[in-house]
Design a protein around this ligand. Structure first.
Ligand SMILES: [Fe+2]
Length: 279
């Protein structure tokens, strides 16, 4: 079966996000032309929103597999689905998710960060829980020629500890020990993608600029991050039940606004492995 309805993307903000129209649920698994359309649109817009799409877990996994290699979590009938919830009975690592309220890029302490994430809203929080996005391509594009030149030579150390300290400023020795088991990862500040586009590699995991005085480096990184995520550059997704949101983790920073752990908020996530080393 081929495309009988061509999807269209309508921008949600000048630099990031688009809402997708004209796609039916059954097309997601059956239409052979759709994955290429989505991958291109994802790269172009950074975030794609399908409002009240009501995708089921099986369809979400099947569609994700058409876009790339899907990460597997644990066991069970659909191990590709990760429940994003602060309810520890549904998610044993709920405590770690509290760090997602800070701007970040997923997987910066890994060799290759993930490519993209798909999130389907099953239960939404009555207050809070919105997800915000900002383009890290736009963050680079905003720089002056002089800044581009200077920053292209800088390298940044990323650690889990730096991210966790934002929510747990006074960790116990045991917490520190666990965080430090994850090795630090050094990345260039400017990522030159295989497409030729450039983005800034920023977020909660930033620990220090290699070879720069600690405070000076941290001030620079924090300044760049707040510039990249200033309100005019942000798309804030206010969830309705059934919304499907996917984002390109290579060119987008994201965070969730705080919500209560007893809000019931429950998002079903699938994650696509990346194939591009940051260079
Ligand atoms: Fe994340």
């Amino acid at each position: 079966m081929s495309v009988d309805v061509t999807p269209t993307a309508e921008r949600l903000s000048p630099t990031v996000g688009a809402v997708v129209h004209g796609v039916r649920r059954d097309q997601m698994v059956e239409d052979p032309d759709l994955p290429a359309w989505f991958l291109q649109a994802l790269e172009q817009y950074g975030v794609l929103v399908l409002r009240e799409f009501q995708i089921g877990d099986e369809e979400q996994v099947a569609f994700s597999k058409k876009l790339g290699r899907v990460e597997v979590f644990g066991k069970g009938p659909l191990p590709e689905i990760f429940r994003v919830t602060l309810d520890p009975t549904k998610n044993p690592v709920a405590e770690y998710l509290k760090g997602t309220v800070d701007w970040h890029i997923d997987g910066l302490t890994e060799e290759i960060p993930i490519m993209a994430t798909l999130l389907s809203g099953h239960v939404v929080s009555a207050t809070g829980g919105e997800t915000e996005f900002a383009s890290s391509y736009a963050a680079y594009d905003d720089l002056t020629d002089h800044e581009r030149d200077t920053f292209s030579r800088l390298r940044v150390m990323h650690t889990l500890e730096a991210a966790q300290r934002l929510t747990v400023p006074d960790p116990s020795p045991e917490q520190l020990r666990l965080w430090r088991m994850r090795p630090a990862k050094e990345h260039p500040l400017v990522w030159t993608h295989s497409s030729g586009r450039k983005s800034l590699v920023l977020g909660a995991t930033m620990d220090h600029v290699v070879g720069m005085e600690l405070e000076e480096g941290r001030n620079l990184l924090n300044e760049l991050l707040s510039h990249a995520t200033r309100p005019a550059r942000v798309y804030r997704h206010e969830w309705q039940v059934g919304d499907l949101v996917m984002w390109d983790n290579r060119g987008v920073l994201h965070r969730v606004l705080p919500y209560s752990s007893n809000s019931g908020r429950d998002m079903h996530r699938t994650t696509l492995y990346g194939d591009e080393v940051i260079r």
